[in-house]
Design a binder for this molecule. Structure first.
Ligand code: NAD
Length: 288
C-alpha cells in the first residue's frame, strides 16, 4: 500500500519504520521530527496525496482536527487511520467530515507504549466502518499483535479511555494498599504473594507491580523511569472525564484518580515519572 504517515514522534516513527520494513511505500510528515531512514514529505497534504491510507499519530484532538481538515479534501476514497489518543468528540467529528468527503475514517488508539511501537506488538482498539477495518487489518498485524473492532466511529477511543480509567484507579488502589501494608508491618513480598493470587489481583499488581524488587520486572525496578509516564496517564484520565461529562456518566473514582494524578503531575512535578510512582508518594505521606 502507499501510506502517508503524519506525526513521527516517539510512537509514530517506529510504527512507520515497521510498515516500511514490511514493504509498504511510506511517506512521512512531522512539523518537527525528521527520523532517519524514512521518506519525508514537505507537508501533511503532500504526505496524503495519492496515498491509499493515511495514518496520523498526533498529540491531541485539536491537532488531529486541523490536520484532518487539511488532508481529507485530497484523500479521494482513501482511509484515514488515526492512532492517536484523542477525545471521543474529535474522533466522531473527523469521521463525520471524512464521510461527507467520501472517505472512511477509523479511530484506532493503541496500548503497548513505545516498546510496543518499536517491537510491533501494539494492541489497536478500533472504531469505524467494518470495510475500512478490513482494509487496515494487514497494517494492524504489522504494527501490532492484536486489533479489536469496537463498533462505530469513536468507539476505539471510548474503549481506550475506559480501559485507562480502570488502570489509573487500580494503580492508585494497589499503591495505597502497599503503603498501608508497609505501615501495618506486612512484608511487600508476602503482600504480593497473597494479593496476586487473591481477589485483589489486577494487571497493576500482577504484571506491573509498583513495589521495587517484587513481582515481574517493572518501572519500579528502574527508579520509576517510564514505562507509562504519569503525564500520559493524566491525559487519558482527563479524556475519560471529558467523555463522562458529555455522556452524563457518573464516574466518582475516575474523577478522584484524575484529581490525584493532576496533583502528582502539576503541583508535585512528577509527570515524567512512571505512573506507578504513586507508591513512593503514598509511602512518604501521612494520613490527611
Ligand atoms: P510525541 O509527542 O512523541 O509525538 C507526536 C508528534 O506529532 C511529534 O513529533 C510532533 O512534532 C508531531 N506533530 C504535532 N503537530 C503536528 C502537525 N500539525 N503535523 C504533523 N506532526 C505534528 O507523542 P507520542 O508519544 O508519539 O504519542 C502520540 C500519540 O500516541 C498521543 O496521542 C499519545 O497519547 C498516544 N500514545 C502514546 C503512548 C506512549 O507511551 N508514548 C502510548 C499510547 C498512546
Amino acid at each position: 500500500m502507499k501510506i502517508g504517515f503524519i506525526g513521527l514522534g516517539n510512537m509514530g516513527a517506529p510504527m512507520a519504520a515497521n510498515l516500511a520494513s514490511a514493504g509498504h511505500e511510506v511517506i512521512g510528515f512531522d512539523t518537527v521530527a525528521t527520523p532517519d531512514g524514512l521518506a519525508l514529505a514537505a507537508s501533511a497534504s503532500e504526505a496524503a496525496q495519492g496515498a491509499d491510507l493515511v495514518i496520523t499519530m498526533l498529540p491531541n484532538g485539536e491537532i488531529l482536527r486541523s490536520v484532518a481538515a487539511e488532508i481529507l479534501p485530497q484523500m479521494k476514497n482513501a482511509v484515514l487511520l488515526d492512532c492517536s489518543t484523542v477525545d471521543v468528540a474529535s474522533a466522531r467529528s473527523v469521521a463525520a467530515q471524512a464521510a461527507d468527503l467520501g472517505c472512511a475514517a477509523l479511530d484506532a488508539p493503541v496500548s503497548g507504549g513505545i516498546g510496543g511501537a518499536q517491537n510491533g506488538t501494539l494492541t489497536f482498539m478500533v472504531g469505524g466502518p467494518e470495510s475500512a477495518f478490513e482494509t487496515a487489518k494487514p497494517l494492524f498485524d504489522i504494527m501490532g499483535q492484536k486489533s479489536v473492532h469496537c463498533g462505530a466511529a469513536g468507539n476505539g477511543q471510548a474503549a481506550k479511555i475506559c480501559n485507562n480509567m480502570i488502570l489509573g484507579i487500580t494503580m492508585i488502589g494497589t499503591c495505597e494498599a502497599f503503603a498501608l501494608a508497609d505501615k501495618l508491618g506486612l512484608d511487600r513480598q508476602a503482600m504480593f504473594d497473597v494479593v496476586s493470587t487473591s481477589s485483589g489481583y489486577s494487571w497493576s499488581m500482577n504484571a506491573y507491580c509498583p513495589a521495587p524488587g517484587v513481582g515481574p520486572q517493572s518501572p519500579a525496578d528502574n527508579a520509576y523511569q517510564p514505562g507509562f509516564a504519569a503525564a500520559l496517564m493524566l491525559k487519558d484520565l482527563r479524556l475519560s472525564q471529558d467523555a463522562a461529562s458529555d455522556a452524563d456518566a457518573d464516574t466518582p473514582l475516575g474523577k478522584a484518580a484524575t484529581a490525584l494524578y493532576q496533583t502528582f503531575v502539576e503541583d508535585e512535578g512528577q509527570g515524567t515519572k512512571d505512573f506507578s510512582a504513586m507508591l513512593p508518594r503514598f509511602s512518604a505521606r501521612s494520613r490527611e
